[in-house]
Design a protein around this ligand. Structure first.
Ligand SMILES: Nc1ncnc2c1ncn2[C@@H]1O[C@H](COP(=O)(O)OP(=O)(O)OP(=O)(O)O)[C@@H](O)[C@H]1O
Ligand SMILES: [Mg+2]
Length: 251
């Protein structure tokens, strides 16, 4: 069974950036096979990883609903969809990626989630790590895309509003009884270790902090891939020192 690492946190906190850096590190350290899952319908993860957009679940569902005759006779539609989605997993250099996307048709957003969940529960066995970049907010928790995570990494800034929102994510994960083994708080763009009281309030286990890094800002201004980031960039150095807790398996 692969180790599932799922990102959460409010908008713009750094989920996609950190997910992509974790993928880079797992690849460089040759820790095992990785499936990157872009579960944000805006499809940012692939771009940050330097990839051209490929087929995504939303597009597959649109194609099938526009051309229902493509479903082979005698095959249940669900099985055909799963097969199509599994073959849309892109093989890249050192990792694979699956993107959720969004369907054009109204009202089928939940369906994309259901398909993603079903396919992921099958793919989990084929990889050592599955890194899921989620969209901002709480929906991915209630839609249970992150249900079977080994760890949920809640990214926040150090502000009290930010930490309150991390707390809400933790409470919802608790209420929904999601089968998440560890729920971590990762404070991004912050240099100091945060005061114990504030961490305690979130109810999350404190993973650490990552500094503001102008190299990452430059990279995103240029639209370059995280693989172009200097190996000694402050954010990567900091991530390395937290890394054991993230990518050490079966803890
Ligand atoms: N430690 C950091 N130092 C400097 N810039 C950062 C840092 N972390 C993230 N950024 C920048 O902040 C912006 C938002 O980051 P990112 O897209 O990773 O956030 P997100 O949580 O995925 O956002 P969304 O909720 O929209 O998906 C990006 O331009 C990114 O390059
Ligand atoms: Mg994002």
């Amino acid at each position: 069974m692969g180790c599932v690492i799922a990102m959460a946190g409010k908008g713009g906190t750094g989920k996609t950036t950190i997910a992509s850096l974790i993928i880079r590190r797992i690849k460089e350290k040759k820790l095992g096979s990785v499936l990157a899952v872009d579960a944000d319908p805006n499809n940012n993860l692939g771009e940050v990883l330097g990839l051209k957009p490929g087929r995504n679940i939303g597009a597959i569902l649109d194609d099938i609903s526009a051309n229902p005759a493509t479903v082979p006779s005698g095959m249940p539609k669900e099985r055909f969809i799963e097969y199509q989605v599994q073959s849309a997993v892109q093989e890249e250099d050192g990792f694979d990626i699956l993107s959720m996307g969004k369907p054009e048709g109204p009202g089928c957003y939940c369906y994309v989630n259901n398909v993603l969940r079903a396919v992921m529960s099958k793919l989990i066995k084929d990889y050592d790590y599955i890194v899921i970049d989620n969209e901002a907010g709480l929906e991915h928790l209630s839609r249970r895309t992150s249900r079977f995570a080994d760890m949920l990494i809640v990214v926040s800034d150090a502000s009290s509003i930010g930490l309150k929102s991390a707390q809400r994510i933790n409470e919802l994960a608790e209420q929904l009884k999601l089968e998440i083994k560890k729920r971590f708080l990762l404070v991004n763009r912050f240099n100091e270790n945060i005061k114990k009281g504030k961490i305690g309030e979130t109810g999350l286990e404190y993973l650490g902090c990552l500094p503001p890094d102008h190299l990452i800002e430059e990279l995103s201004l240029k639209g370059s891939s995280v693989f172009d980031l200097d190996n000694d960039a402050p954010i990567l150095t900091a991530l390395n020192s937290l890394g054991e807790k993230i990518w050490k398996r079966n803890q």
